[in-house]
Structure formats: C-alpha cells, structure tokens
Design a protein around this ligand. Structure first.
Ligand code: FES
Length: 122
C-alpha cells in the first residue's frame, strides 16, 4: 500500500510498452501536466515542459515520442530527449534535460511521491 505522500498517477498496464501518456499531477493544490513513457519494461515520468521555451512537448494528446519511438520529441522545435534520463541530445535545448518525476510502482499502480515532487519545485 502507498504511503500518504504518494499520489496515484495511473495503472502501469494503462501505458503500453513503447508508448507514452499524458497525465496531471498536483502539488499544494496546483496542477501540473506530466507524462510517462514505457520502454523495455521500465516506466519513466517527466514534467511536460520543454527546457527550450517552457511549453508542452506534445501536439497530440499522449504523443511524446519520435516516430521511431527511440526518443521523447518536442512537437514545437523537434528537440530529442533520451527516454531513460530526459537528456536533450538534439535540438535547441541541447545539453539540458527534462524534469524527471519521483515515481514508484506498487501492485501495478504508478505513484508520484508528491512531497518530493513539491520540494523539487518548478
Ligand atoms: S519548445 Fe521544445 S524544442 Fe523548442
């Protein structure tokens, strides 16, 4: 069972292998757009905010990946980010990274550590 600082984001099986999904997370009553990606059985979660302009990465709901599904891709200027750590490998925000979210998986559910997420700020 999750502790009181862990907020459920989604079920793990709602994110198919090789796909992404947009979600909403809260911190102190404020809502944030976030997304998750599943690759090689692992789940990665990030704030939906491009380090280039601060805008969202997706142009279609739940579509955060490049066509070959090897990178996260920003829809605005096509920056590419590694899925496993959010590091930008191509595009105008080269060398910067997406903000990774503290998530854990328990009993097939994905939880955000809200206390840690809020402490890391935006
Ligand atoms: S806004 Fe993402 S690359 Fe420019």
């Amino acid at each position: 069972m999750a502790d009181s600082t862990q907020k459920r984001l989604c079920r793990l099986d709602e994110v198919a292998e090789g796909s992404s999904r947009g979600l909403t997370a809260s911190c102190a009553g404020r809502l944030y757009d976030v997304f998750v990606v599943r690759k090689h059985g692992e789940l990665y979660a990030y704030l939906n905010r491009c380090p280039h302009t601060g805008g969202p990465l997706d142009w279609v709901p739940d579509q955060f990946l490049s066509l070959d599904r090897q990178h996260i891709q920003c829809a605005t200027h096509a920056a590419l980010f590694r899925i496993d750590d959010g590091f930008c490998v191509a595009g105008p925000c080269g060398g910067q990274s997406l903000a990774r979210l503290p998530v854990t998986i328990k009993d097939g559910e994905v939880y955000l550590d809200e206390q840690k997420f809020c402490a890391e700020g935006d």
